[in-house]
Design a protein around this ligand. Structure first.
Ligand SMILES: Cc1cc2nc3c(=O)[nH]c(=O)nc-3n(C[C@H](O)[C@H](O)[C@H](O)COP(=O)(O)OP(=O)(O)OC[C@H]3O[C@@H](n4cnc5c(N)ncnc54)[C@H](O)[C@@H]3O)c2cc1C
Length: 385
């Protein structure tokens, strides 16, 4: 009999299990492994080598969650032996005028309110410092300390390892059913628990593990990669991660500096979409993750990569699939979901960097402590269909 069963060992579920185990509870962490190419899911939003991390955000609550998580990276690295954080710096930019002026003024306001606020620059200031060619009329923050990218797979491993070190038991078979606070796994194992946390990422809206369907949209996203020679990688080695709004675009794009991927090669990665196909079932998720993403979207992204990095020499390019979860509130759902159940999902494309903090909040809700006094304006309530 476990005090807590956490289903989903991703960016939020992993740390949730760790915090509960480190608080002395008996914990089962049901964490399906990343599927091999061509295999069926469950899938996750963090199956990649890099995610942007930054203190600046257009909303103060997202910034607070990130700052708290970033402050713990070093401890997680020291205790787990994993290399999580790469402090390459982070640029966030937007247009001063036009329909996205609110996005820009929002993150500039948050930036000015930070301890040790980052530099605020115009496009030529960013170009001088980083070589990035942003659209004229952009205003940008440049975080040097505590900004850059984090390795979500290393973070996942660190959270699992420390949860197990604190006594949690990890199960690799995916959960297929929940009856009250008893969870059944795909291999027939039945886990009796006192409380269940459902943190199944993009599957949370369709896997039926929650008492009701959380109101969320799962978007099929395409990312594009440029493979670099070692020489080109060295030339771009001081590049920061960057979020910006290309000239004439109605939404922001993001790009990671050169990152070495599991195949040993260096890649730049770019992404960013508002509208894309929706995913409403495990079968649709399998189909999407078995494909290369959308080639046309990829071509558009690569054209913007070349615009912001004049002179870029790429050896090859390719595209890949991913999936993000948009909640109704724009914030994760971290809330009671019925007797003995807590919902912990809804990354809104931004929860890898701050998953450790969102997982901590999930542990507080699951253990009945609640989130009053945690300093957020947001209540992380869930919205149900
Ligand atoms: C292309 C892309 C780029 C992104 N860029 C950034 C970025 O730069 N910075 C940032 O902070 N965030 C970024 N994100 C968002 C971030 O990755 C997500 O917000 C985050 O991963 C959400 O965490 P989660 O724990 O809710 O879900 P996930 O990380 O998806 O974890 C869910 C886990 O649950 C497991 N699971 C599902 N069903 C079951 C089951 N039945 N039994 C057992 N396990 C199960 C899955 O295998 C998975 O491991 C990006 C996302 C995408 C797709």
């Amino acid at each position: 009999m476990f005090d807590f069963i956490v289903i989903g060992g991703g960016m939020m579920g992993g740390p949730c299990a760790r915090y509960l185990a480190e608080a002395g509870h008996s914990v089962a962490l049901v964490a399906a492994p990343e599927p091999a190419p061509g295999a069926t899911g469950p899938w996750g939003s963090h199956f990649d080598a890099a995610r942007i991390t930054r203190r600046v955000a257009s909303d103060p609550d997202w910034s607070l969650a990130s700052r708290r998580a970033i402050a713990r990276y070093a401890d997680l690295e020291a205790r787990s032996g994993e290399r999580i954080f790469h402090e390459t710096g982070a640029v966030m930019a937007g247009p001063e005028g036009g329909p996205l002026a609110g996005f820009t003024s929002g993150f500039l306001k948050v930036a000015r309110g930070l301890d040790d606020p980052p530099a605020i620059l115009d496009a030529s200031g960013v170009r001088e410092r980083t070589g990035l060619a942003l659209p004229a009329g952009s205003r940008a923050t440049h975080e040097i300390a505590r900004g850059g990218w984090m390795d979500p797979r290393a973070m996942r491993t660190a959270q699992w390892r420390l949860a197990e070190a604190a006594g949690a038991i990890r199960f690799a078979a995916p959960a297929v059913a929940r009856d009250g606070t008893e969870v059944t796994l795909a291999d027939g194992t039945r886990l009796p628990g006192g409380h269940v946390v459902v943190a199944t990422g993009p599957h949370a809206g369709s896997d039926g593990l929650l008492p009701a369907r959380p109101k969320m949209r799962v978007w099929a996203r395409t990312v594009a990669f440029a493979r670099l020679s070692e020489a080109e990688g060295a030339r771009l080695a001081t590049m920061p991660s960057v979020i910006w709004v290309p000239e004439g675009w109605a939404f922001d794009l993001y790009m990671l500096p050169p990152v070495r991927y599991p195949d040993g090669r260096l890649y730049l990665k770019i992404g960013g979409q508002v509208d894309s196909p929706r995913i409403d079932s495990a079968e649709e998720m399998d189909a999407w993750f078995h494909g290369p993403g959308d080639a046309e979207v990829g071509a558009g992204l690569l054209a913007e990569m070349r615009r912001v990095l004049p002179g870029l020499e790429a050896e090859a390019t390719h595209t890949g699939p991913c999936a993000v979860v948009w909640s109704e509130t724009g914030f994760p759902y971290i809330a009671p979901a019925g007797p003995g159940v807590t919902v912990l999902c809804g990354g809104n494309g931004a929860a890898a960097k701050c998953g450790d903090e969102l997982g901590r909040l999930g542990a507080l809700v699951a253990s009945g402590t609640g989130l009053d006094g945690e300093g957020y304006g947001q209540d992380f309530r869930a919205v149900w269909d």
